[in-house]
Write a protein that binds this ligand. Structure first.
Ligand code: 8OZ
Length: 365
């Protein structure tokens, strides 16, 4: 075996137009520490700065509109105040030598009327209620019954994404990632389990992918395609108890092939279930990578060895780590040295202040 020729997890590369110092990505992580207005404070600046040695940071999922919000204390990117707050974050990450893209999020049906403007019902491709729990100001509750979007509302939603992409640019990000995973709005359109529409946006896979592709194209018009990534999770059911598509290989295969034709920066795939082990063999992710044709970020349950192997074998161009970045701000250095990782408790994940957020030590501390 020729180790010297194999790609290296710790070597620089570029992903689309973004140059990165290593192939380790900080995965998007909901931490629920913004204000109810979706504006971040100084703690978020510290949090992201501490993790700037990642080759690339993908921010926590960020609401593109109030309608897109499904959880209390998640950040937004639809007002100038949001952009100004995020500017502090991007400046801090760039001063520390990092790169950071913003994840654009609309939860669709995984929401609660109390989080919506005027207590309105959440929107979805079809009026099918999500399962699981959502987090409101009054604690957790069941998701509210959504109403089906009218076809003539779709252009307005595309404009919401475009506006968010524009504000992300003003905020100084290196690019954006469109969240098309985990059973949120765009994934609800893709899956035949949640999309029962009979118009141009439902039925065939071409129709189900139409709105997500319109969104990606609009965002790419703002950023240039080589600064836009898309995240998918063909096997995830955890959020909203969202049933799988009846043929994930074909549905996501079609979707990523269409995306590949746009010349995007990367495809980011969750290879399994939220918070579970890597399941890269449960679906033909290599076929998705090939159909996309561009850079591929693999996620979910990777450890140091799996990550090094996946990079060396060409399975992926970068590997994203989520949970490991919560308790290990210097994750890159720890992986480089094969140092032990601290496992942050689940109780630290969502909500609260600095504790369990910005108070995890580095090896150097
Ligand atoms: C866990 C809890 C809340 C949100 C996702 C944005 O799954 C999330 C999320 C995950 O993409």
């Amino acid at each position: 075996m020729s180790d010297t020729l194999a790609a290296d997890l710790f070597a620089p590369t570029s992903i689309g137009a973004i140059d990165v110092t290593n192939r380790i990505v900080m995965a998007p992580l909901t931490r629920s520490r913004a204000g109810m207005d979706g504006v971040h404070g100084p703690l978020a600046v510290d949090y992201y700065r501490q993790r700037a040695s990642a080759g690339l940071i993908v921010t926590e999922a960020t609401n593109i509109s109030q309608q897109g919000r499904g959880y209390a204390y998640t950040p937004g990117i639809y007002t100038d105040a949001h952009a100004e707050a995020w500017r502090e974050v991007t400046d801090a990450v760039h001063e520390s030598g990092g790169k950071i893209v913003l994840q654009l999020w609309h939860v669709g049906r995984v929401s609660h009327f109390s989080l919506q403007e005027g207590g309105a019902p959440p929107v979805a491709p079809s009026a099918i209620r999500a399962g699981g729990r959502v987090y409101t100001l009054a604690g957790d509750d069941v998701p509210s019954m959504p109403r089906a979007l009218e076809a003539d509302e779709i252009p307005g939603l595309v404009e919401d994404y475009r506006n968010a992409a524009h504000l992300a640019k003003k905020a100084g990000f290196d690019g954006v990632e469109v969240h098309a995973a985990n059973g949120y709005l765009l994934d609800q359109f893709l899956r035949d389990s949640t999309n029962r529409r009979t118009d141009l946006y439902g039925g065939s896979v071409g129709n189900r992918a139409r709105f997500p592709i319109e969104v990606v194209k609009a965002v790419a018009e703002i950023w240039g395609a080589d600064r836009v990534g898309v995240r998918i999770s063909p096997l995830s059911t955890a959020i909203g108890e969202t049933p799988l598509d009846s043929d994930p290989q074909a549905t996501y295969g079609y979707f990523v092939q269409q995306l590949g034709g746009l010349g995007l920066a990367y495809l980011h795939a969750v290879e399994g279930q939220l918070r579970e082990a890597n399941a890269a063999s449960a679906l033909d992710f290599k076929a998705l990578h090939a159909a996309f044709g561009g850079a591929y970020i693999a996620n979910n349950g990777y450890d140091r060895q799996l990550a090094m192997d996946a990079i060396a074998s060409g399975h992926a161009d970068m590997i994203s780590f989520g949970r490991a970045f919560i308790g290990n701000p210097d994750l890159v250095e720890r992986l480089r040295r094969n140092a032990p990782l601290f496992e942050a408790p689940l109780t630290a994940y969502y909500g609260g202040g600095a504790e369990g957020y910005t108070d995890f030590p580095t090896l150097a501390d």
